[in-house]
Design a protein around this ligand. Structure first.
Ligand code: C5P
Length: 216
């Protein structure tokens, strides 16, 4: 099993970097945030309160998740676009606190990782899901930079959200992800830390590729 893990907080540039790294290596990209988002999306659609463990666990048990060629399907419905909204950001973070949801999604992630040559992106890839990964990264950036990037992304989709509001959302989500009891967000002891503040994508990608080529 060959796995590279990329963990880190929201908006640090993890997704783009993971996708590009996988493409450069010819490996498969595994977007585990999309799985938590799909569960959050399904909870909203079925009127399940993420804070109600029994209802959430039942929902999760019955939910069929598929990740294919960059698309995310929940019970056969393509939710790829719909899971990228600020509402689903918050729902994903809320459902990710549930240990049973984490257990189920982690199992699915290991099954997909066992196929080998996978770049797995998330919050607990190097710490919990793939502790024996060949190379581990923790990608981070300042809150101000992450909010500015998020604002640009949302503007491209026609949503004008004030930067101060985005900074607040990012801080809240970081705090929730880092302080939860199960699998809190933190770098693995053997992770290489990549700080993308003030660094463009190509420079960050080159830094990742240097480490990968040295270690693999
Ligand atoms: O990476 P992304 O922003 O898509 O993740 C959405 C949410 O899913 C995160 O805020 C986090 O709460 C949760 N998540 C997680 N563990 C992962 C991936 C995502 O708890 N491996």
């Amino acid at each position: 099993m060959q796995v590279i893990t990329i963990d880190g907080p929201a908006g640090a540039g993890k997704s783009t970097l993971s996708r590009r790294l996988a493409a450069e290596l010819g490996w498969t990209y595994l977007d585990t945030g999309a799985m938590y988002r799909a569960v959050g999306w399904a909870a909203r659609r079925r009127g399940v309160d993420p804070a109600d463990p029994a209802a959430l666990e039942e929902l999760c048990r019955g939910l069929r998740l598929e990740l294919e060629g960059g698309r995310v399907l929940a019970d056969g419905v393509d939710v790829t676009g719909e899971i990228r909204t600020p509402e689903v950001d918050a729902l994903a973070s809320a459902v990710s606190r549930n240990p049973e949801v984490r257990r189920r999604l982690s199992r699915l992630q290991r099954e997909l990782g066992a196929r080998g040559r996978v770049v797995a992106e998330g919050r607990d890839m190097g710490t919990v899901v793939f502790p024996d990964a060949a190379v581990k990264f923790f990608v981070t950036a300042s809150v101000a930079e992450r909010a500015a990037r998020r604002r640009r992304q949302l503007l491209e989709k026609g949503r004008d959200v004030p930067e101060a509001e985005l900074r607040r959302q990012i801080r809240d989500r970081d705090a929730a992800d880092a302080s939860r009891r199960v699998s809190p967000l933190r770098p693995a002891a053997d992770a290489v830390i990549i700080d993308t503040t003030g660094q463009d994508l190509e420079a960050s990608l080159a830094a990742l590729l240097d480490v990968v080529r040295e270690r693999l």
